[in-house]
Design a protein around this ligand. Structure first.
Ligand SMILES: *Cc1c(COP(=O)(O)O)cnc(C)c1O
Length: 367
């Protein structure tokens, strides 16, 4: 049995055709037709007015933050249970991340904890839709409105996630996506900032293109960045977007199989909250404890199955743990959780094999 990776992208659509087109046309930097096409189709898919491509998801987050604009001392509420880029970009934008714990059922940021952490310095809430499950956006937007805060969504793991028919990325004042190789749709390295606000969109575009003036050629009126997406990346992105619904449907079918096969095993599957659509960037399970998690991971590794541990809570990492905090739910989950292989091209037989190996692990344990 060949090794089963935790993720593998599918580039078998129009990716090659569109990239060849870029090469033949010699438009390989940020100019060329694919950037605009990808941005327009992406905005349409998410249901927002504006989208602007970036060189990766981390700079997309940073660009979104810089577009809103923060000062030293400003506080932004963010879940501790996330990828490090969420809080690093807050620091890079000059603000301070204030961590909150997660709800035990959805694993998403705890809205009661958000309310507890609001101070006169709070300026924004960064909602991260972890592993493709949605945060409680109705509640978060309501809290933000009551306290006059911005809402920023980190949708790096939530392409295709919805509440009802409303997509992740269409709730916040501004939102960021990632198209890294293991994200639901990829451009190799890439990201996108989306918003419904024309002023924010214009500012984001200027900030990502060296602050070039709208009124005078070769004149720059902002100390800005080069965070642009290349035509080649956008060409891949456009081809990926054409197959997005197929990828999402395939991932969902795999998760249904996982759930079914894992019924008899003493693990908790990451659920889908009623009324929402989980996009299952990574299908995840919780074991009983850290020791069991580690032995299951090594057992699966021996069986040629790659897995990932859930994220370490950011508040426990050296750069952020100078003031000791406790966030018991995410601290606990982080020690017990595993991401299982979750890519659209994963075959039915491979899911059966993975589940059989998990069953075997628990049978051996009982002996
Ligand atoms: C992947 C990811 C990012 C960063 O995206 P890159 O494209 O890798 O820079 C940010 N936030 C979260 C939650 C992510 O999963």
């Amino acid at each position: 049995m060949e090794r089963i990776p935790v993720y593998q992208c599918d580039l078998t659509g129009n990716e090659k055709k569109y990239v060849d087109d870029c090469l033949e046309s010699t438009w390989i930097s940020c100019k060329g037709k694919y950037v605009k096409l990808f941005e327009e189709r992406f905005a349409e898919y998410i249901g927002v007015k504006y989208a602007t491509g970036c060189s990766n998801g981390t700079v997309a987050l940073h660009l979104a933050l810089e577009t809103l604009g923060f000062n030293v001392g400003d506080e932004i509420i963010v879940p501790s249970f996330t990828y490090i880029a969420s809080s690093n970009t807050i620091v890079q934008a000059g603000a301070k991340p204030i961590f909150v714990d997660s709800f035990p059922d959805t694993w998403q940021m705890d809205t009661e904890d958000i309310i507890r952490k609001i101070t006169p310095k709070t300026k924004a809430i960064m909602a991260v839709h972890l592993y493709g499950q949605m945060c409680d956006m109705d509640k978060i937007c309501k809290i933000a409105k009551e306290h006059g805060l911005f809402v920023l969504e980190d949708c790096a793991e939530a392409f295709g996630s919805k509440i009802g028919e409303k997509y992740a990325g269409s709730y916040g004042d501004i939102s960021a996506f990632s198209f890294f190789g293991n994200k639901t749709i990829t451009t190799g390295e890439g990201g996108m900032v989306v918003t419904n606000n024309k002023l924010l969109y214009d500012k984001a575009v200027r900030l990502k293109t060296q602050g070039v003036s709208a009124y005078k050629q070769y004149w720059h009126d902002l100390p800005a960045y080069n965070y642009r997406m290349t035509n080649i990346a956008a060409a891949i992105g456009l081809a990926q977007l054409e197959r997005a619904d197929e990828f999402l449907a395939k991932k969902r079918a795999l998760v249904d199989m996982y759930r079914d096969f894992l019924k008899e095993v003493p693990v908790v599957c990451h659920g889908e909250k009623e009324g929402t659509t989980h996009s299952y960037w990574m299908f995840s399970i919780l074991t009983a404890n850290e020791q069991e998690r580690d032995s299951l991971r090594s057992f699966l590794d021996e069986k040629n199955i790659e897995t990932r541990p859930l994220f370490f809570p950011v508040h426990t990492m050296e750069v952020y743990n100078h003031c000791h905090e406790k966030h018991p739910v995410c601290e606990d989950f982080s020690l017990r959780g595993i991401n299982l292989p979750s890519w659209p091209g994963l075959q039915k037989e491979q899911v059966v094999y993975i589940c059989n190996m998990i069953k075997e692990f628990y049978l051996n344990k009982r002996k």
